[in-house]
Ligand binder design. Structure first.
Ligand code: PMP
Ligand code: GLN
Length: 378
């Protein structure tokens, strides 16, 4: 077969979760909670199903959900998006990101990404014939190097894909970072695709710097977010995209033909559920407590914990335990120690290995405690 993606194998999340199951390991690899969402959300879905809301919704999503999304974004970040022309409900952030790239990247266009980079970005760009321009972020703090960004921008740069809070590193961009980015793209036609799926998981009093907080960025940004992380429903695969009308019009041209639209009763249920803002506003404190518990338990281990400012991922250096490549360490930890993790080299094209693995702490306290007991013993 003539492959469109000859260098791509199976995503690391599938590989590690499968290995975790085979090994009977505690799975801290793929990012998903091992606890359930609130029953009220299920009741709302069931309600709308029984009411007969089971046929195709509008292509862009049901109006009440688009209105609720626009209201939340305006409330939190200050930019008002028109629910009719600037908000689209998508089948998860992965689809939103893929569709944005498909709609906006032409063959030969350059797209800047920051490595380690979430694993779906580069294949999406390559499938459109785009060129991936990778800028390295380094342990321990993974700060962007703005001089390097400036140097990477050329007349062919079509898009910059950003992600704060950042998977896998847990780093969070500051207002100053957003200002630097805005300065660099001023006067160009570069589009920002901003992956904000962890927008509600920022710690220690930081605030999430959405592109929607920065008018100079908002006017050229496609913002992708989701419900999976926010409401503990990663398996429902539902999210949303907001963008100025001209960008959204292009986005919808593709969206209508790759998914058309998204499950109806769940959209109505989420519109109801979102009305209580404490649900998303309380998430940071909820995960900060888990982060703190997890870090405290690992303080006595031989892992060196890197900073974690947001997301539900903790990075750790492990070479004091075994001086091997991160893929080897992750497999050994999964099969022998029975704790599954993600090797961070999986997020870079050159498989850059700084001896760091990613552990997901979106787990019951009991799960975290059981995993830490094994990790501290190493
Ligand atoms: N972007 C990032 C940074 C993610 O971590 C994830 C999934 N955890 C996604 C996108 C994909 O989200 P979804 O499951 O909604 O497609
Ligand atoms: N985003 C999740 C993670 O980082 C995994 C999502 C997936 O499996 N595609 O672990």
């Amino acid at each position: 077969v003539s492959s469109r993606l000859p260098h791509v194998g199976t995503t690391i999340f599938t590989v590690m979760s499968r290995m975790a199951t085979e090994a009977g390991a505690i799975n801290l690899s793929q990012g998903f909670p091992d606890f359930n969402a609130e029953p009220e959300l299920f009741d709302r879905v069931s309600f709308w199903m029984r009411e007969g809301y089971n046929q195709y919704p509008p292509m862009a999503g049901v109006a009440v959900l688009r209105e609720a999304i626009a209201a939340k974004v305006a409330d939190l970040y200050g930019t008002t998006y028109d629910p009719d022309s600037e908000v689209t409900v998508v089948a998860g952030a992965t689809q939103g990101l893929f569709t944005a790239v498909a709609a906006l990247v032409h063959p030969g266009d350059e797209v800047i990404v920051f490595e380690p980079v979430y694993d779906s970005y580069a294949p999406a760009i390559e499938l459109q014939g785009g060129r991936v321009v990778r800028l390295a972020l380094h342990a321990p703090d993974y700060r962007p190097d703005w001089a390097a960004v400036a140097a990477a921008i050329t007349p062919r740069t079509r898009m910059i894909m950003i992600n704060s809070p950042h998977n896998p590193t847990g780093s969070v961009w500051s207002a100053e970072d957003m200002t630097r980015l805005a300065e660099l793209v001023r006067g160009t036609d570069i589009v920002i695709v901003s992956d904000e799926v962890y927008e509600h998981v920022v710690f220690d009093g930081r605030r999430h710097e959405s592109c929607a907080r920065h008018p100079a960025l908002a006017e050229r940004s496609v913002i992708v977010s989701g419900f999976g992380k926010t409401y503990h429903i990663t398996g429902w695969k539902i999210g949303y995209v907001v963008a100025p009308a001209a960008l959204m019009a292009e986005f919808r041209k593709v969206h209508q033909f790759n998914v058309f639209t998204v499950i109806t009763p769940v959209q109505y249920a989420l519109a109801d559920y979102m009305a209580d803002a404490s649900r998303h506003l309380g998430l940071a404190a909820f995960y900060q407590a888990k982060r703190d518990r997890f870090r405290a338990a690992l303080a006595d281990s031989r892992f060196e914990l890197l900073p974690c400012a947001g997301t539900y991922f903790q990075l750790a250096r492990y070479r004091a335990i075994r001086d091997v490549p991160d893929t080897v360490f992750a497999e050994w930890l999964t099969r022998e120690v029975k704790v599954a993790v993600i090797p961070v080299s999986a997020f870079s094209a050159g498989a850059t290995d700084e001896g760091v693995v990613r552990l997901c702490f979106a787990k019951h306290d009991d799960t975290l405690d059981a995993a830490c007991e094994r990790l501290v013993a190493l």
